[in-house]
Design a protein around this ligand. Sequence first.
Ligand code: GTP
Ligand code: MG
Ligand code: ZN
Length: 355
Amino acid sequence: MNSHDRAELEELGWNDRFASAFDALGDEGVQPGRLSADYGTKFLVQLAGSAPLATLGSAIREARLVAVGDWVAVRHTSQSTEIRAVLPRQSAITREAPGSETAAQVIAANVDLVFIATSADTDFNLRRIERLLTVAYQSGAAPVIVLTKVDLNNPDPFEAELETIAAGVPLIAVSSRTGAGIEAVRLYLSAGKTAVLVGSSGVGKSTLINRLLGGEVLRTAEVHKSGQGRHTTSHRQLLKVPGGGLVIDTPGLREIQLWAGAEALAEVFLDIEELALRCRFTDCRHETEPGCAVVAALEGGTLEASRLNSYRKLQRELRAIEVKADVRLQIEERRKWKLIHKTVKQHMQVKRRLG
Ligand SMILES: Nc1nc2c(ncn2[C@@H]2O[C@H](COP(=O)(O)OP(=O)(O)OP(=O)(O)O)[C@@H](O)[C@H]2O)c(=O)[nH]1
Ligand SMILES: [Mg+2]
Ligand SMILES: [Zn+2]
Protein backbone atom coordinates (compact mmCIF):
# COMPACT_ATOMS: atom_id res chain seq x y z
CA MET A 1 0.00 0.00 0.00
CA ASN A 2 1.39 3.40 -0.88
CA SER A 3 1.49 6.22 1.66
CA HIS A 4 -1.30 8.16 -0.04
CA ASP A 5 -3.66 5.20 0.18
CA ARG A 6 -2.62 4.57 3.74
CA ALA A 7 -3.33 8.20 4.71
CA GLU A 8 -6.74 7.92 3.11
CA LEU A 9 -7.54 4.78 5.07
CA GLU A 10 -6.27 6.36 8.29
CA GLU A 11 -8.83 9.11 7.87
CA LEU A 12 -11.37 6.32 7.83
CA GLY A 13 -10.03 4.89 11.09
CA TRP A 14 -7.35 2.47 9.87
CA ASN A 15 -4.60 1.75 12.40
CA ASP A 16 -1.64 -0.58 13.00
CA ARG A 17 -3.76 -3.24 14.65
CA PHE A 18 -6.08 -3.48 11.66
CA ALA A 19 -3.04 -3.43 9.37
CA SER A 20 -1.44 -6.41 11.09
CA ALA A 21 -4.71 -8.34 11.13
CA PHE A 22 -5.01 -7.64 7.42
CA ASP A 23 -1.43 -8.73 6.71
CA ALA A 24 -2.03 -11.91 8.67
CA LEU A 25 -4.66 -12.92 6.10
CA GLY A 26 -1.77 -13.42 3.68
CA ASP A 27 -4.04 -12.88 0.71
CA GLU A 28 -2.52 -10.95 -2.19
CA GLY A 29 -5.81 -10.62 -4.02
CA VAL A 30 -7.64 -8.44 -1.49
CA GLN A 31 -7.52 -4.86 -0.25
CA PRO A 32 -8.81 -3.31 2.97
CA GLY A 33 -11.95 -1.21 3.15
CA ARG A 34 -14.47 0.05 5.67
CA LEU A 35 -18.07 -0.97 5.47
CA SER A 36 -20.04 2.27 5.43
CA ALA A 37 -23.62 1.33 4.60
CA ASP A 38 -25.71 -1.79 4.93
CA TYR A 39 -28.44 -2.26 2.32
CA GLY A 40 -29.26 -5.83 3.27
CA THR A 41 -27.62 -7.79 0.46
CA LYS A 42 -25.30 -5.06 -0.80
CA PHE A 43 -22.80 -3.10 1.23
CA LEU A 44 -21.06 0.16 0.50
CA VAL A 45 -17.34 -0.20 1.17
CA GLN A 46 -14.89 2.71 1.37
CA LEU A 47 -11.61 1.73 -0.26
CA ALA A 48 -8.59 3.92 -0.85
CA GLY A 49 -9.73 5.85 -3.91
CA SER A 50 -13.23 4.46 -4.43
CA ALA A 51 -16.43 3.35 -2.73
CA PRO A 52 -17.99 0.42 -4.59
CA LEU A 53 -21.05 -1.62 -3.65
CA ALA A 54 -19.94 -5.03 -2.50
CA THR A 55 -21.56 -8.41 -2.04
CA LEU A 56 -20.70 -11.03 0.53
CA GLY A 57 -18.20 -13.69 -0.42
CA SER A 58 -19.06 -17.33 0.09
CA ALA A 59 -16.88 -17.49 3.21
CA ILE A 60 -19.13 -14.97 4.97
CA ARG A 61 -22.56 -15.65 3.52
CA GLU A 62 -24.63 -14.37 6.42
CA ALA A 63 -25.26 -10.63 6.44
CA ARG A 64 -25.40 -10.58 10.21
CA LEU A 65 -21.69 -11.35 10.35
CA VAL A 66 -20.81 -7.90 9.04
CA ALA A 67 -21.79 -4.51 10.40
CA VAL A 68 -21.38 -0.88 9.48
CA GLY A 69 -17.99 0.22 10.73
CA ASP A 70 -16.33 -3.13 10.09
CA TRP A 71 -12.98 -3.27 8.37
CA VAL A 72 -13.17 -5.87 5.64
CA ALA A 73 -10.90 -7.43 3.05
CA VAL A 74 -12.42 -7.16 -0.42
CA ARG A 75 -11.60 -8.55 -3.82
CA HIS A 76 -12.24 -5.60 -6.08
CA THR A 77 -12.23 -5.88 -9.88
CA SER A 78 -13.90 -3.85 -12.60
CA GLN A 79 -16.68 -6.46 -12.66
CA SER A 80 -17.39 -7.06 -9.01
CA THR A 81 -16.49 -6.34 -5.42
CA GLU A 82 -16.68 -9.14 -2.93
CA ILE A 83 -16.17 -9.09 0.83
CA ARG A 84 -13.82 -11.96 1.62
CA ALA A 85 -13.08 -11.46 5.31
CA VAL A 86 -13.96 -9.31 8.29
CA LEU A 87 -11.07 -8.06 10.42
CA PRO A 88 -11.38 -8.54 14.19
CA ARG A 89 -13.39 -5.73 15.79
CA GLN A 90 -11.81 -3.36 18.27
CA SER A 91 -15.19 -2.47 19.77
CA ALA A 92 -18.85 -3.02 18.95
CA ILE A 93 -22.25 -1.71 19.94
CA THR A 94 -24.53 -4.68 20.23
CA ARG A 95 -28.05 -5.52 21.19
CA GLU A 96 -29.95 -8.71 21.42
CA ALA A 97 -31.24 -9.68 17.99
CA PRO A 98 -35.04 -9.47 17.81
CA GLY A 99 -36.63 -12.87 17.84
CA SER A 100 -33.47 -14.63 18.78
CA GLU A 101 -32.57 -15.98 22.17
CA THR A 102 -28.88 -15.37 22.39
CA ALA A 103 -27.40 -13.96 19.20
CA ALA A 104 -26.18 -10.42 19.61
CA GLN A 105 -26.81 -8.09 16.72
CA VAL A 106 -24.00 -5.67 16.00
CA ILE A 107 -25.36 -2.16 15.54
CA ALA A 108 -22.01 -0.55 14.78
CA ALA A 109 -18.44 -1.82 14.78
CA ASN A 110 -15.15 -0.19 15.71
CA VAL A 111 -16.55 2.88 17.42
CA ASP A 112 -14.70 5.15 19.82
CA LEU A 113 -17.61 7.27 21.01
CA VAL A 114 -21.30 6.73 21.58
CA PHE A 115 -23.44 9.85 21.38
CA ILE A 116 -26.60 9.08 23.32
CA ALA A 117 -29.23 11.44 21.95
CA THR A 118 -32.26 12.42 23.97
CA SER A 119 -34.56 15.35 23.31
CA ALA A 120 -35.54 18.11 25.71
CA ASP A 121 -39.26 17.49 25.34
CA THR A 122 -41.96 15.00 26.33
CA ASP A 123 -39.93 12.16 24.85
CA PHE A 124 -37.34 12.54 27.59
CA ASN A 125 -36.93 9.32 29.55
CA LEU A 126 -34.22 8.72 32.13
CA ARG A 127 -34.74 4.98 32.17
CA ARG A 128 -34.02 4.78 28.47
CA ILE A 129 -30.82 6.76 28.95
CA GLU A 130 -29.74 4.36 31.67
CA ARG A 131 -30.20 1.50 29.25
CA LEU A 132 -28.26 3.20 26.51
CA LEU A 133 -25.47 4.06 28.95
CA THR A 134 -25.26 0.41 29.89
CA VAL A 135 -25.02 -0.57 26.25
CA ALA A 136 -22.33 2.05 25.70
CA TYR A 137 -20.22 0.93 28.65
CA GLN A 138 -20.47 -2.63 27.44
CA SER A 139 -19.24 -1.68 23.98
CA GLY A 140 -15.84 -0.40 24.98
CA ALA A 141 -16.64 3.04 23.54
CA ALA A 142 -16.98 6.19 25.64
CA PRO A 143 -20.47 7.66 26.11
CA VAL A 144 -21.41 11.31 25.62
CA ILE A 145 -24.99 12.43 26.27
CA VAL A 146 -26.42 14.82 23.70
CA LEU A 147 -29.52 16.68 24.86
CA THR A 148 -31.24 17.71 21.62
CA LYS A 149 -33.90 20.28 20.66
CA VAL A 150 -32.98 22.66 23.47
CA ASP A 151 -34.67 25.43 21.45
CA LEU A 152 -38.01 23.92 22.50
CA ASN A 153 -37.56 24.06 26.27
CA ASN A 154 -35.23 25.34 28.95
CA PRO A 155 -32.56 22.61 29.13
CA ASP A 156 -31.71 23.20 32.83
CA PRO A 157 -34.22 20.81 34.42
CA PHE A 158 -33.37 18.11 31.85
CA GLU A 159 -29.69 18.54 32.59
CA ALA A 160 -30.33 18.36 36.32
CA GLU A 161 -32.20 15.09 35.87
CA LEU A 162 -29.46 13.63 33.67
CA GLU A 163 -26.96 14.58 36.33
CA THR A 164 -28.73 12.26 38.79
CA ILE A 165 -28.12 9.18 36.66
CA ALA A 166 -25.01 10.05 34.68
CA ALA A 167 -22.73 12.16 36.80
CA GLY A 168 -19.32 12.28 35.14
CA VAL A 169 -20.62 11.53 31.66
CA PRO A 170 -20.04 14.50 29.33
CA LEU A 171 -23.26 16.24 28.40
CA ILE A 172 -23.79 18.57 25.45
CA ALA A 173 -26.98 20.58 24.94
CA VAL A 174 -27.66 21.14 21.24
CA SER A 175 -30.19 22.62 18.92
CA SER A 176 -29.93 21.78 15.26
CA ARG A 177 -32.41 24.56 14.68
CA THR A 178 -30.35 27.38 16.21
CA GLY A 179 -26.96 25.71 15.84
CA ALA A 180 -26.28 25.85 19.58
CA GLY A 181 -23.87 23.17 20.78
CA ILE A 182 -23.02 21.84 17.32
CA GLU A 183 -19.42 22.99 17.58
CA ALA A 184 -19.17 21.40 21.02
CA VAL A 185 -20.20 18.09 19.43
CA ARG A 186 -17.61 18.60 16.71
CA LEU A 187 -14.89 18.98 19.35
CA TYR A 188 -15.37 15.34 20.25
CA LEU A 189 -14.68 14.26 16.69
CA SER A 190 -11.17 13.94 15.38
CA ALA A 191 -9.49 12.37 12.36
CA GLY A 192 -9.87 8.63 12.29
CA LYS A 193 -12.18 8.48 15.31
CA THR A 194 -15.64 7.00 14.91
CA ALA A 195 -18.76 8.08 16.76
CA VAL A 196 -22.17 6.47 16.62
CA LEU A 197 -25.45 8.23 17.36
CA VAL A 198 -28.07 6.22 19.20
CA GLY A 199 -31.41 7.18 20.68
CA SER A 200 -35.13 7.03 20.06
CA SER A 201 -36.67 7.73 16.72
CA GLY A 202 -37.37 11.41 16.18
CA VAL A 203 -34.88 12.86 18.68
CA GLY A 204 -32.99 14.48 15.81
CA LYS A 205 -30.01 12.23 15.19
CA SER A 206 -29.98 12.59 11.42
CA THR A 207 -30.69 16.32 11.64
CA LEU A 208 -27.67 16.75 13.91
CA ILE A 209 -25.46 14.79 11.52
CA ASN A 210 -26.64 16.95 8.62
CA ARG A 211 -25.56 19.96 10.66
CA LEU A 212 -22.13 18.44 11.20
CA LEU A 213 -21.84 17.64 7.50
CA GLY A 214 -23.06 21.10 6.51
CA GLY A 215 -25.84 19.91 4.17
CA GLU A 216 -29.02 17.88 3.83
CA VAL A 217 -27.26 14.57 3.31
CA LEU A 218 -29.56 12.41 5.40
CA ARG A 219 -33.32 12.28 5.19
CA THR A 220 -35.14 13.57 8.27
CA ALA A 221 -38.83 13.80 9.04
CA GLU A 222 -41.28 15.37 11.36
CA VAL A 223 -42.86 13.23 14.01
CA HIS A 224 -46.63 13.59 14.18
CA LYS A 225 -48.73 12.95 17.25
CA SER A 226 -49.95 9.76 15.59
CA GLY A 227 -46.40 8.51 15.69
CA GLN A 228 -46.16 8.81 11.93
CA GLY A 229 -42.81 9.95 10.70
CA ARG A 230 -41.03 7.71 13.11
CA HIS A 231 -38.19 5.53 11.92
CA THR A 232 -37.18 7.84 9.15
CA THR A 233 -33.67 6.45 8.99
CA SER A 234 -33.94 2.91 7.71
CA HIS A 235 -30.37 1.74 7.50
CA ARG A 236 -27.11 2.38 9.28
CA GLN A 237 -24.61 4.56 7.58
CA LEU A 238 -21.09 5.79 8.25
CA LEU A 239 -20.20 9.29 7.08
CA LYS A 240 -17.04 11.35 7.02
CA VAL A 241 -17.32 14.66 8.82
CA PRO A 242 -15.54 17.62 7.19
CA GLY A 243 -12.74 18.69 9.50
CA GLY A 244 -12.14 15.18 10.80
CA GLY A 245 -13.88 12.17 12.26
CA LEU A 246 -16.58 9.73 11.25
CA VAL A 247 -20.10 9.39 12.43
CA ILE A 248 -22.58 6.54 12.13
CA ASP A 249 -26.29 7.31 11.87
CA THR A 250 -28.62 4.60 13.14
CA PRO A 251 -32.39 4.13 12.97
CA GLY A 252 -34.06 4.93 16.28
CA LEU A 253 -34.15 1.72 18.18
CA ARG A 254 -37.59 0.31 18.76
CA GLU A 255 -36.44 -1.59 21.76
CA ILE A 256 -32.91 -1.50 22.95
CA GLN A 257 -32.71 -4.91 24.40
CA LEU A 258 -29.99 -5.17 26.85
CA TRP A 259 -26.92 -7.02 25.90
CA ALA A 260 -24.58 -5.94 28.55
CA GLY A 261 -22.40 -7.53 31.15
CA ALA A 262 -22.71 -7.23 34.88
CA GLU A 263 -19.79 -4.83 34.97
CA ALA A 264 -21.52 -2.35 32.73
CA LEU A 265 -24.62 -2.52 34.88
CA ALA A 266 -22.57 -1.88 37.98
CA GLU A 267 -21.03 1.17 36.40
CA VAL A 268 -24.35 2.78 35.57
CA PHE A 269 -25.79 1.96 38.98
CA LEU A 270 -22.74 2.79 41.07
CA ASP A 271 -24.92 4.45 43.73
CA ILE A 272 -26.90 1.27 44.29
CA GLU A 273 -23.84 -0.94 44.07
CA GLU A 274 -22.15 1.20 46.70
CA LEU A 275 -25.17 1.00 48.98
CA ALA A 276 -25.23 -2.76 48.51
CA LEU A 277 -21.71 -2.96 49.90
CA ARG A 278 -23.18 -1.86 53.22
CA CYS A 279 -25.92 -4.51 53.37
CA ARG A 280 -25.50 -7.00 56.16
CA PHE A 281 -25.56 -9.97 53.79
CA THR A 282 -23.31 -10.08 50.77
CA ASP A 283 -25.99 -11.88 48.76
CA CYS A 284 -28.70 -9.44 49.86
CA ARG A 285 -31.50 -9.12 47.34
CA HIS A 286 -32.59 -5.81 48.88
CA GLU A 287 -36.07 -7.07 49.53
CA THR A 288 -36.90 -8.22 53.04
CA GLU A 289 -33.43 -8.95 54.36
CA PRO A 290 -32.54 -7.36 57.71
CA GLY A 291 -29.76 -4.77 57.65
CA CYS A 292 -30.34 -3.88 54.00
CA ALA A 293 -28.74 -0.53 53.19
CA VAL A 294 -30.61 -0.22 49.90
CA VAL A 295 -34.03 -0.48 51.53
CA ALA A 296 -32.85 1.90 54.25
CA ALA A 297 -31.86 4.47 51.63
CA LEU A 298 -35.20 4.01 49.96
CA GLU A 299 -37.04 4.62 53.22
CA GLY A 300 -34.77 7.51 54.10
CA GLY A 301 -35.53 9.14 50.77
CA THR A 302 -31.95 9.22 49.48
CA LEU A 303 -32.70 6.61 46.81
CA GLU A 304 -35.54 6.95 44.31
CA ALA A 305 -37.86 3.97 44.02
CA SER A 306 -37.90 4.37 40.23
CA ARG A 307 -34.13 4.07 40.12
CA LEU A 308 -34.15 0.88 42.14
CA ASN A 309 -36.91 -0.45 39.90
CA SER A 310 -34.95 0.10 36.75
CA TYR A 311 -31.91 -1.46 38.37
CA ARG A 312 -34.01 -4.51 39.19
CA LYS A 313 -35.49 -4.64 35.74
CA LEU A 314 -32.10 -4.47 34.08
CA GLN A 315 -30.81 -7.10 36.46
CA ARG A 316 -33.64 -9.43 35.50
CA GLU A 317 -33.03 -8.89 31.80
CA LEU A 318 -29.38 -9.41 32.33
CA ARG A 319 -30.03 -12.68 34.07
CA ALA A 320 -32.26 -13.79 31.21
CA ILE A 321 -29.59 -13.27 28.61
CA GLU A 322 -26.69 -14.21 30.75
CA VAL A 323 -25.88 -17.40 28.98
CA LYS A 324 -22.17 -17.22 28.95
CA ALA A 325 -20.25 -18.77 31.78
CA ASP A 326 -17.68 -16.00 31.71
CA VAL A 327 -20.32 -13.45 32.65
CA ARG A 328 -21.23 -15.58 35.63
CA LEU A 329 -17.59 -15.79 36.53
CA GLN A 330 -17.34 -12.00 36.46
CA ILE A 331 -20.18 -11.77 38.94
CA GLU A 332 -18.60 -14.34 41.22
CA GLU A 333 -15.41 -12.37 41.04
CA ARG A 334 -17.21 -9.16 41.98
CA ARG A 335 -18.85 -10.88 44.95
CA LYS A 336 -15.46 -12.00 46.14
CA TRP A 337 -14.15 -8.45 45.96
CA LYS A 338 -17.18 -7.17 47.73
CA LEU A 339 -16.43 -9.55 50.59
CA ILE A 340 -12.82 -8.47 50.67
CA HIS A 341 -13.78 -4.79 50.77
CA LYS A 342 -16.19 -5.50 53.53
CA THR A 343 -13.67 -7.34 55.67
CA VAL A 344 -11.10 -4.65 55.11
CA LYS A 345 -13.63 -2.03 56.18
CA GLN A 346 -14.57 -3.95 59.31
CA HIS A 347 -10.93 -4.50 60.09
CA MET A 348 -10.26 -0.76 59.83
CA GLN A 349 -13.21 0.00 62.09
CA VAL A 350 -11.96 -2.41 64.72
CA LYS A 351 -8.49 -0.90 64.46
CA ARG A 352 -9.89 2.60 64.86
CA ARG A 353 -11.88 1.59 67.87
CA LEU A 354 -8.86 -0.04 69.50
CA GLY A 355 -6.52 2.79 68.58
N1 GTP B 1 -37.19 22.12 17.28
C1 GTP B 1 -36.26 21.29 16.86
N2 GTP B 1 -36.58 20.26 16.04
C2 GTP B 1 -35.61 19.42 15.64
C3 GTP B 1 -34.27 19.57 16.04
N3 GTP B 1 -33.54 18.58 15.50
C4 GTP B 1 -34.39 17.84 14.77
N4 GTP B 1 -35.65 18.34 14.84
C5 GTP B 1 -36.83 17.80 14.18
O1 GTP B 1 -37.17 16.53 14.72
C6 GTP B 1 -37.71 15.68 13.70
C7 GTP B 1 -37.00 14.34 13.67
O2 GTP B 1 -35.65 14.52 13.31
P1 GTP B 1 -34.75 13.36 12.67
O3 GTP B 1 -33.37 13.92 12.53
O4 GTP B 1 -35.37 12.76 11.48
O5 GTP B 1 -34.78 12.30 13.86
P2 GTP B 1 -33.96 10.90 13.97
O6 GTP B 1 -33.50 10.80 15.38
O7 GTP B 1 -32.95 10.79 12.92
O8 GTP B 1 -35.14 9.82 13.77
P3 GTP B 1 -35.06 8.31 13.14
O9 GTP B 1 -34.29 8.40 11.88
O10 GTP B 1 -36.47 7.95 12.92
O11 GTP B 1 -34.40 7.48 14.19
C8 GTP B 1 -37.59 16.49 12.39
O12 GTP B 1 -38.84 17.08 12.13
C9 GTP B 1 -36.56 17.54 12.72
O13 GTP B 1 -36.73 18.72 11.96
C10 GTP B 1 -33.95 20.69 16.90
O14 GTP B 1 -32.81 20.91 17.32
N5 GTP B 1 -34.97 21.49 17.27
MG1 MG C 1 -32.69 9.47 11.42
ZN1 ZN D 1 -29.64 -5.09 50.56
